[in-house]
Write a protein that binds this ligand. Structure first.
Ligand code: GLU
Length: 321
């Protein structure tokens, strides 16, 4: 059976060096195994997505020398490959979860949640875990609250610990209920990333997900959703994030770390890929390379395990300030 991987960019910003890093590694993992790659545009959050990035991200990926077999531009057996065109499928899965009693309406506002002190920690990106206030509301209480507020929908995190083998980071385990009950559909009607990504990876027969380690703590949620929906889960590999010499995450920098800006300033794709290949342990020196030149040398276990701090020489060479 062929392995299937994906690029899954969110078009809320340009492709930057950090995205290019995980895209290159995902491509190497799949192409080395003779597998199939797909491009999926994760524009589920309409207001944050921009048409300009929907166009420039695939262009930048191609410019770097990456390719894919299915995607919004190429079509494929699992079309459409844009989340904004798959809303009916997410609604259908939300119904399945409702029918199983695995989601509940939540009327808590952001301000109410912010006021709750001493809650256990949720995901790194989110702050405190949701303490389950609306999980146990009675039907009359729900009816009263529904008069004032449209609810979000929260998934009940199972009461068992989650363990899985990460292909890059090794054995992982998370305690029962890790991160708290999480939102699958927001009060403004937008389906949450967690639900959309699970639906898509299952429907598009993705077998291998390689992505940045900022999403490691989302994995227990996604595995719980696959399980609840009776859908097959992929294997995961989480790779370290790139940081500047100042310890700041590269993704947080502005324009100069974007692939588009490097391209405009005359840097070659081979220079970028060569540096990334060097960081991934494929090359002894950061010599110019095309993605396919790295194929014989790529090994997930040679990728450094921890956060990668870029040397000033690399930032200078790539014009990142
Ligand atoms: N769309 C997400 C991002 O750009 C990636 C989601 C995933 O790989 O699961 O950060």
């Amino acid at each position: 059976m062929k392995i299937r991987g994906r690029f899954a960019p969110t078009p809320s910003g340009p492709l930057h060096l950090g995205n290019a890093w995980s895209a290159l590694l995902a491509w190497l993992q799949v192409r080395q195994a003779g597998g199939e790659m797909l491009l999926r545009i994760e524009d589920i959050d309409g207001p944050r997505s921009r048409q300009a990035y929907i166009e420039s991200i695939p262009e930048d990926l191609r410019w770097l020398g990456l390719d894919w077999d299915e995607g919004p531009d190429l079509g494929g057996p699992y079309s459409p490959y844009r989340q904004s065109e798959r809303l009916a499928r997410y609604e259908e899965l939300l119904h399945v979860l409702k029918a199983k009693g695995l989601v509940y309406p939540c009327y808590c506002s952001r301000a109410e949640l912010a006021a709750i002190a001493s809650a256990p920690h949720g995901l790194a990106a989110e702050g405190p875990a949701y303490p389950g206030i609306c999980r146990t509301l009675s039907e009359p209480e729900r009816a009263t609250r529904a008069e004032r507020k449209t609810p979000s929908w929260r998934f009940v995190m199972p009461a068992e610990p989650v363990a899985f083998e990460d292909l890059a980071m090794g054995p992982q385990s998370f305690p029962a209920g890790y991160g708290g009950d999480f939102i699958v559909k927001r009060a403004d009607g937008i389906y949450a990333y967690q639900l959309a990504v699970v639906a898509d990876d299952a429907d598009m027969a993705v077998t291998h997900v390689l992505r940045g380690s900022d999403l490691l703590d989302s994995t227990p949620r996604q595995l719980a959703l696959f399980d609840a929906l009776g859908l097959p889960a992929p294997r995961y590999a989480h790779v370290p994030l790139l940081y500047g010499p100042d310890g700041q995450r590269l993704a947080k920098r502005h324009g100069s770390a974007s692939i588009g800006a490097m391209r405009q300033s005359g840097i070659s794709p081979e220079t970028i890929v060569g540096w990334l290949g060097y960081l991934a342990g494929c090359l002894p020196k950061p010599e110019p390379a095309k993605p396919r030149d790295l194929l014989p040398y790529f090994r997930l276990d040679a990728v450094p395990p921890g956060p990668i701090r870029l040397e000033p020489a690399m930032l200078d060479r790539l014009g990142i300030r």
